[in-house]
Design a protein around this ligand. Structure first.
Ligand SMILES: NC(=O)c1ccc[n+]([C@@H]2O[C@H](COP(=O)([O-])OP(=O)(O)OC[C@H]3O[C@@H](n4cnc5c(N)ncnc54)[C@H](OP(=O)(O)O)[C@@H]3O)[C@@H](O)[C@H]2O)c1
Length: 199
């Protein structure tokens, strides 16, 4: 398969690249790294990326930013960061990409555990993850051309604990390589409309 990984240079993306790169032809993309440059917060940039990418059998999104801060410090604009970036950025990768990905191909997005296992300062991430999971279940049943759509919802990633540990005391970290196998299940399997929890 020819697979586009957006966010391939990140903690999650590198592991997905390691897992899928062993068996497939990979095209990497990121805002400041990769074979192709894209800013998922701008639809024109996503259009341009797909124009350059050529034929694709699968797209993996391992990107998405949200703001972590106490509830009392989060204004509408702060929630807007997560809505524009992690939520609509990934949604737009599908809405625009469904006209570029080969029939029978797939999209795999990334949410996270905070929708059902919240932490202090994580309300924006919880909001976005819940919305992503709900959208994936709904959009999957309407995609044309036998395209499939799933989300991977990893727990806090072991390799990210240097920065995230203070937010996730008591959580069992998930090695990135284990999370990456859920992306392989989505891309190389046949299921659609699924949210794969990796905890
Ligand atoms: N780390 C965790 O513990 C964890 C747990 C659960 C879920 N997640 C989710 O997994 C996803 C990836 O997290 P991560 O920790 O791997 O992040 P990361 O290490 O910060 O990597 C982010 C990746 O996304 C790219 N990127 C950033 N902004 C972009 C933009 N506007 N347009 C296109 N690409 C962009 C970056 O590329 P450049 O460097 O080139 O900009 C980089 O490759 C996020 O949605 C995160 O919420 C992470």
């Amino acid at each position: 398969m020819r697979i586009l990984i957006v966010g391939a240079s990140g903690i999650v993306g590198r592991a997905v690249l390691g897992e899928l790169g062993a068996r497939h032809d990979i095209v990497t993309a990121g805002r400041s790294s990769g074979d192709l440059r894209v800013d998922i917060t701008h639809t024109e940039s996503i259009h341009a990326m797909y124009e350059q990418a050529g034929p694709l059998d699968a797209v993996v999104a391992a990107c998405g930013k949200v703001k972590f801060a106490p509830l009392s410090a989060l204004a509408a604009a702060d929630y807007g960061i997560g809505l524009q970036d992690k939520l609509m950025g990934q949604v737009n990768l599908v809405l625009i990409g469904m006209h570029h990905v080969m029939p029978g191909g797939s999209f795999t997005l990334t949410s996270g555990l905070l929708d059902h296992d919240p932490v202090l300062q994580g309300s924006s991430a919880s909001m976005v993850n819940g919305a992503l999971n709900a959208w994936v279940r709904a959009a999957a049943i309407e995609l044309p051309n036998a395209l499939r759509l799933n989300a991977v919802s990893p727990g806090v990633i072991l390799e990210a604990m240097a920065g995230y540990a203070p937010f996730f005391r008591g959580f069992e970290p998930v090695p990135a390589a284990r999370a990456a196998r859920a992306y392989a299940k989505s891309v190389e399997g046949a299921q659609t409309g699924q949210v794969y929890q990796v905890s």
